[in-house]
Design a binder for this molecule. Structure first.
Ligand SMILES: Cc1cc2nc3c(=O)[nH]c(=O)nc-3n(C[C@H](O)[C@H](O)[C@H](O)COP(=O)(O)OP(=O)(O)OC[C@H]3O[C@@H](n4cnc5c(N)ncnc54)[C@H](O)[C@@H]3O)c2cc1C
Length: 393
C-alpha cells in the first residue's frame, strides 16, 4: 500500500535545489554565498551517489572544448578549496598525464593541446623520452602524451559533505533522506512537497538530480535523452608512493585511469558496471574488472603481486554527446537544469555551483555554456520546450 504522508509544514524560500550531489550542494553553497535563501532536498545522504563514489579526478586534460570554460572556472575554485570551505578535502594538484601508444591518438592529443592552449589550460605535449623521464613508473611503451600540471584529485567522500557543511553555515536548509515527491507550478512559484510531508514554495527550482534528472524533468513534460552508466573502480592495498600524477590511457576505445592517494592506496577505473535507477544502485561487472586489472599491471608493472582490496561502481547519467544538460528551462520560468554530467562532473562541481547561482540570481552566466543547451537534441528526441506544466505524484 502506498504510504500517505500528511503535509505537515509549508514555508517560503527563494530557491529549492533537488539533489544533494556535488552539482546540487555546490549550487546551494554559491547561492547562499550571494545571500539567497535555499532549501535542498536529498533522497538519501548528501554525496552518497556518484559524487561520493567517483575516482576523485580533477581533470581539464582531454575535456571536450565546450566543457573547458566551465572546467577552468571550476579549477580556479579547487585551487582555493580550503579558503572556500575550511578543509582541503585531500585535494592535491599533482598533474594529469594522458599517454598515447597509437599515432592517431597522438595526433588527436596534439590537436587537443593546440585547442586547449587557446583557452589557457596549460597543456604540455610530451615525447616518449619525456614520459619515460618524468613518469618512470609507467611500464607500457608509449609514443608520447599530454600533461596538465594544474590538474589533480580530491577525496570524493569528503568534498560534497564538506561543501554541504559550509552551505549550512551560510544558512542553507539541507533536508537529507527526504525525496521530493510532487512539484506544482502556479505560474509564479513552485510548490514542492517531499516524502516527509514538508511543503515549500519558491520562485526558483534547480534540478540537480543527477542520473534521475531526466525523470524529474519529465514531471514538467520536458523530455531529455539521458542514459544511465555505471563507471567502476578498484582500489589496491597501500604501498609506498610511486605514482606522482594521475594517468589516463585509452585501450580499445575505453580509458584506463589511475592515481595513488596520500595513504598509499592505488585507485584505478575502467569498464562499465551495471546501474539500476529504480534501486539507486550500481554493481561492478566481474569480467570488466579482470580486464581493468590486467591493463593496470601492464601500465603500472610495479603492481604485480599487490592485492586489490575493494571494488565498486556508481550510478551516473549520460547524455548522447557526453555533455551535461545545464541551463534554464524554456518551458517554465525559474526552472534550472543541471544534470547529466556523463562520467566527468566531479571536477566541474564548483563551476556548476557558480554558474547555477548566476543563472538563478542574474538570469544569465558569464561562462560559456551554449554547448550544454538542454534542448540541443530536441529535434531528434521529440523534447518539448514549451509544454504546459502538469502535476505529478
Ligand atoms: C565510479 C565513478 C567515477 C567517476 N570519476 C570521476 C572523476 O574522476 N572525475 C570527474 O570529474 N567525475 C567523475 N565521475 C562523475 C561524477 O562523479 C559525476 O558526474 C558527478 O558526481 C555528478 O554529480 P551530480 O550532483 O549531478 O549527481 P549525484 O552525485 O548522483 O547527485 C544527484 C543526487 O540527486 C538525488 N535525487 C535524485 N532524485 C531526487 C529526488 N526526487 N528528491 C531528492 N533527491 C533526489 C540523488 O539521491 C543523488 O544524491 C565519476 C563517476 C563515477 C560513478
Amino acid at each position: 500500500m502506498k504510504k500517505v504522508t500528511q503535509m505537515t509544514k509549508a514555508f517560503e524560500t527563494e530557491v529549492v535545489v533537488i539533489g544533494g550531489g556535488i552539482a546540487g550542494v555546490c549550487s546551494a553553497y554559491y547561492l547562499a554565498r550571494r545571500g539567497a535563501r535555499v532549501v535542498l532536498f536529498e533522497r538519501g545522504a548528501v554525496g552518497a551517489q556518484a559524487s561520493g563514489v567517483n575516482f576523485g579526478g580533477l581533470r581539464t586534460n582531454g575535456r571536450a572544448e565546450p566543457e573547458l570554460p566551465l572546467s577552468l572556472r571550476a579549477r580556479a575554485q579547487w585551487q582555493k578549496i580550503e579558503t572556500l570551505v575550511g578543509d582541503n578535502c585531500e585535494t592535491e594538484i599533482t598533474g594529469h598525464v594522458e599517454i598515447c601508444d597509437r599515432p592517431e591518438h597522438m595526433a588527436a592529443v596534439e590537436q587537443w593541446a593546440g585547442m586547449a592552449e587557446t583557452h589557457g589550460v596549460g597543456a604540455q605535449l610530451l615525447s616518449a623520452a619525456d614520459v619515460a623521464r618524468r613518469f618512470p613508473w609507467i611500464g607500457t611503451k608509449v609514443l608520447g602524451g599530454c600533461f596538465v600540471a594544474g590538474d589533480g584529485a580530491a577525496n570524493p567522500r569528503l568534498v560534497t559533505p564538506v561543501f554541504a557543511i559550509a552551505a549550512c553555515k551560510l544558512g542553507v536548509d539541507i533536508r537529507e533522506h527526504d525525496a521530493v515527491r510532487t512539484i506544482r507550478h502556479d505560474g509564479g512559484c513552485f510548490q514542492i512537497e517531499s516524502e516527509s510531508g514538508t511543503g515549500v514554495r519558491a520562485p526558483i527550482l534547480v534540478n540537480a538530480a543527477g542520473a534521475w534528472g531526466a525523470r524529474l524533468a519529465a514531471q514538467f513534460s520536458e523530455v531529455f535523452p539521458l542514459d544511465v552508466m555505471a563507471p567502476q573502480m578498484v582500489v589496491s592495498e597501500p604501498f609506498a608512493r610511486v605514482v606522482t600524477s594521475t594517468v589516463d590511457y585509452p585501450v580499445n576505445g575505453r580509458f584506463f585511469y589511475a592515481r595513488q592517494i596520500g595513504r598509499g592506496n592505488l585507485l584505478f577505473g575502467r569498464g562499465p558496471g551495471r546501474a539500476d535507477l529504480d534501486l539507486g544502485r550500481a554493481r561492478y561487472v566481474p569480467q570488466n574488472l579482470f580486464d581493468a586489472s590486467r591493463i593496470a599491471v601492464d601500465v603500472l608493472p610495479f603492481l604485480r603481486g599487490r592485492n586489490f582490496i575493494r571494488t565498486w561502481a556508481g550510478v551516473e547519467g549520460k547524455s548522447p554527446d557526453s555533455l551535461p544538460f545545464l541551463g534554464k528551462s524554456r518551458a517554465i520560468d525559474g526552472l534550472i537544469h543541471a544534470f547529466g554530467f556523463s562520467g566527468h562532473g566531479f571536477q566541474l562541481g564548483p563551476g556548476i555551483g557558480e554558474v547555477v547561482a548566476e543563472l538563478a540570481l542574474n538570469g544569465r552566466t558569464s561562462t560559456q555554456i551554449e554547448g550544454f543547451d538542454p534542448y540541443r537534441f530536441a529535434k531528434h528526441s521529440g523534447a518539448m520546450g514549451n509544454a504546459p506544466l502538469i502535476q505529478t505524484g
